[in-house]
Design a protein around this ligand. Structure first.
Ligand SMILES: [Zn+2]
Ligand SMILES: [Zn+2]
Length: 793
């Protein structure tokens, strides 16, 4: 770390020295050549890179800034004016535009005028010649009045800018001659005019015209260069923390992607006795006597066994072990910005105990941008000891499930919302008809009188359109309690330059807002696995949200689901129905959604109304719903242990998330998978001989009788017994029977097969054939039959 900072420091000094020399050259008449004296100095400067004083030997100044960033500060603020020459044309090479605030603040502090910022537009209809001319015009105007200009994203006019530096004198005035295509334009250069070009360093290296680079005073500015020693220490700790965040814990076995012997793709891993290396079935032949990697001998009695757990773990973490997979926008620049931001939040100088506090704040800031799945996966990573605390912060203190979830929570906590909010998500954008309408309705119950407006960035083809829309919104709607503007952008990973300017425009326009408080949400959607840059410092609050629209809430929150097995969820839902109370866990709606897929697994003949009938019964007949859930729970009980951590082990696995955008969706499909099999089994059982059809007429005696048997008999046991006695082919479990001997029967009597068994039992009380004890259910059936018959059916 120290080394890097030293190199940066030296580079900056070198840039500085070079630029001093070059500027001498530039400021001289066009045909001037480098004097021998100057070129000696240039060589000296280049040779003597170790000496930070070299530049000042040629341009002595009284005060020497100590840090590279101080040199830039001086240059920007004109305090540092070596050799009486103005540092007027500056090129700042950055890693990201996060450092813009620093640049603006420094310039504004130094002069009474705010600098004029010209951001190249990336709106698609703006990339034309007229726009370039307009921008050149703006620069010329500032040049004449002596206002500092900051240029960003203006590659198309940097060629012309080259001329700006070709000054000449006319009647004691400095003049420039700017060419644009075939046109040329003269302008006076005010003594106070300064020009600052800010650009990403890669862009400068790759795309900038070399003569332009040479004629500008170059400075490198990254977020890290704004940190001091103690913050750099925190940065180093934070960096190792985020690596642990995504690194599988050392105590779990994980198979590599390739065979350790022949490098073929490893689909079936076999673990070697060294406990570290794996070979595939490509290489497990008998001749293998030692580990091809580390040489450990295989014992004579060694038996090859498929390492299925290691394989499962490897799929669990496939492609998600880089920190950028866990934290949206993660790179060195983001980490430095997070440290800076945390320092601002705590508003404290760092010393001793404070470091601990600052680090904790940094973690919280990082978690704001973490994906839910990476947080759920933590129990299998090196941070497994911190898992509870991190998950508590992420899911309980911070809110990441939906935009509404976040906004409502913020409002309840602080009675305000962040003014500028950048949201990243892998979900698709919110649609107007449904998602946004819902959000508006829901939000108005938390924040009465709030006004929501949406802008799709793709709908704006010119910068003017966009800024007009913003301006209208910010200045209008003065009679509401809160203005919420949502600006949505898809494929955000491919639009980073556009977003840079969009953020700037939002920031400028929002500052002009009148009336009620505003919150502007910049919603960035991009595909999982892609790299996003653009994490924002200070003014923006950055968060990751699993699914901005909160359309489907038939399941409890992810955090709640993490502590519940499917069985417990069913059991709580059943309790909730029987006591007719509200509960955070009521998955009846979810079960109803699972009916069609459960029906598709049944062996029963399809009849169209079955799904509708089941839905009606579950929703409107509490007795039926409760019994249905209890029976379902009985079926799920067996798998309970296996499914205890279904969210952590199944839903958050990289493999499940491959096919889904959001964690919530993965959660739903995992739970659906668990439930549908058991549901199908149950439906198979109760719909034997089209038994469910008999419920179609709610008022009839058959329905009442049906429900009485359903709620009171052990129908699983009784059905199993019947199946055994009647030689129906039973596959795996009781429900999935196929009656091979005859056509499907449509019985006219509820649970006819149970009645049949009962009567057979009566005739053969010893039940010697099957070895079962006399059926207790018989008493219930008998009682029902008696009651009904007395009632006169
Ligand atoms: Zn192999
Ligand atoms: Zn080995």
């Amino acid at each position: 770390m120290q080394l890097t900072s030293h190199i940066m420091h030296r580079n900056s000094q070198l840039f500085f020295s070079l630029s001093q020399l070059l500027r001498k050259f530039v400021d001289a008449p066009d045909d001037a050549t480098l004097s021998s004296n100057d070129s000696n100095q240039l060589e000296e400067t280049l040779d003597d890179t170790d000496s930070t004083d070299s530049s000042f030997q040629m341009s002595p100044v009284t005060e020497l800034p100590a840090k590279s960033v101080d040199i830039l500060t001086s240059a920007l603020s004109e305090r540092h004016n070596p050799g009486g020459m103005e540092s007027r044309y500056i090129l700042i090479l950055t890693e990201s535009l996060n450092v813009l605030d620093f640049i603006f603040d420094t310039i504004t502090e130094a002069s009474s005028n705010r600098p004029k910022v010209i951001f190249g537009s990336r709106f698609k209809d703006d990339l034309n010649y007229t726009k370039v001319c307009q921008n050149v015009g703006k620069i010329l105007q500032c040049m004449t009045v002596g206002r500092t200009v900051v240029l960003l994203n203006l590659e198309e006019l940097y060629e012309s800018l080259y001329d700006t530096l070709n000054q000449y004198f006319s009647c004691d005035k400095k003049m420039v001659d700017i060419g644009l295509g075939s046109q040329r334009k003269q302008a006076v250069v005010n003594d106070n005019f300064r020009l600052v070009v800010v650009a990403h360093k890669d862009l400068v290296y790759n795309d900038f015209p070399l003569p332009l680079i040479n004629r500008l005073e170059k400075h490198y500015l990254s977020a890290a260069s704004l940190l001091d020693e103690s913050h750099l220490e925190i940065l180093a700790v934070l960096r190792s923390w985020i690596i642990d965040f995504v690194t599988p814990s050392t105590d779990i076995d994980i198979s590599p992607g390739q065979c350790d012997k022949c490098q073929a793709d490893l689909e079936k891993p076999y673990k070697l006795p060294c406990e570290e290396h794996y070979v595939g079935d490509c290489c497990i032949e008998d001749s293998l006597r030692k580990c091809p990697k580390c040489g450990t001998n295989l014992p004579d009695d060694f038996v090859w066994e498929l390492a299925s757990e290691a394989l499962e773990n490897s799929k669990y973490f496939e492609g998600v072990t880089s920190s950028k997979d866990a934290f949206c926008g993660c790179n060195n620049e983001m980490l430095s910005t997070v440290v800076q931001k945390s320092k601002d939040v705590l508003n404290a100088d760092v010393s001793g105990l404070e470091k601990e506090k600052l680090f904790e704040e940094c973690k919280r800031q990082m978690l704001q941008c973490a994906t839910g799945e990476s947080v759920v996966r933590l129990h299998k990573t090196k941070l497994k000891d911190e898992v509870e605390e991190i998950q508590r912060i992420y899911f309980r203190d911070q809110h990441h499930e939906s935009l509404l979830d976040f906004l409502s929570h913020e409002w309840q906590e602080n009675s305000s919302l962040p003014q500028l909010l950048q949201v990243t998500t892998f979900a698709t954008l919110m649609n107007v008809e449904h998602d946004l309408k819902n959000l508006e309705i829901e939000l108005s119950s938390t924040i009465p009188g709030s006004k929501v407006k949406n802008i799709f960035l793709t709908d704006c083809t010119k910068e003017n359109h966009f800024s007009d829309k913003l301006s209208n919104f910010y200045k209008g709607h003065t009679d509401c309690s809160l203005k919420l503007l949502i600006v949505q952008c898809e494929a955000a990973d491919q639009n980073s330059e556009l977003l840079d300017s969009v953020r700037y425009i939002i920031h400028e326009e929002a500052a002009e807002t009148t009336g009620p408080p505003t919150c502007t949400v910049l919603l960035l959607s991009f595909p999982r696995g892609q790299t996003l840059t653009g994490y924002q410092g200070r003014k923006w609050h950055c968060i990751h949200i699993d699914d901005p629209s909160s359309a489907d809430l038939s399941l409890p929150s992810v955090y709640r689901c993490m502590g519940l097995s499917p069985c417990q969820m069913i059991s709580e839902t059943s309790e909730c129905i029987s006591k007719d109370k509200d509960s955070s866990v009521n998955i009846l709606d979810f079960l109803i959604k699972c009916i069609p897929s459960a029906l598709s697994l049944t062996v029963l003949g399809q009849w169209a109304d079955r799904a509708k009938l089941l839905k009606d019964l579950l929703l409107n007949n509490h007795e039926f719903a409760k019994r249905f859930l209890d029976l379902l729970k009985m079926l799920l009980d067996d798998q309970d242990n296996y499914l205890k951590k279904w969210v952590q082990d199944k839903a958050a696995s990289a493999q499940s998330l491959k096919t889904t955008e959001t964690l919530r969706y993965s959660l739903q499909s995992c739970l659906e998978k668990c439930l549908t099999c058991s549901m199908a089994e149950l439906i198979n059982c109760i719909d034997k001989n089209s038994n469910l059809k008999l419920l179609k007429n709610p008022g009839s005696w058959k329905t009442a009788f049906w429900l009485q048997i359903f709620t009171n008999c052990d129908i699983f046991r009784a059905t199993k017994k019947h199946n055994l006695e009647h030689n129906a082919e039973v596959r795996h479990d009781i429900g999935q029977e196929v009656n091979t001997s005859c056509e499907p029967i449509e019985a006219e009597f509820p649970f006819s097969w149970l009645i049949w068994t009962f009567i057979e039992n009566l005739l053969d009380t010893k039940s010697a054939r099957t070895g079962y004890a006399p059926d207790v259910d018989g008493e219930i059936i008998l009682e029902s039959l008696m009651t009904r018959s007395l009632a006169g059916w």
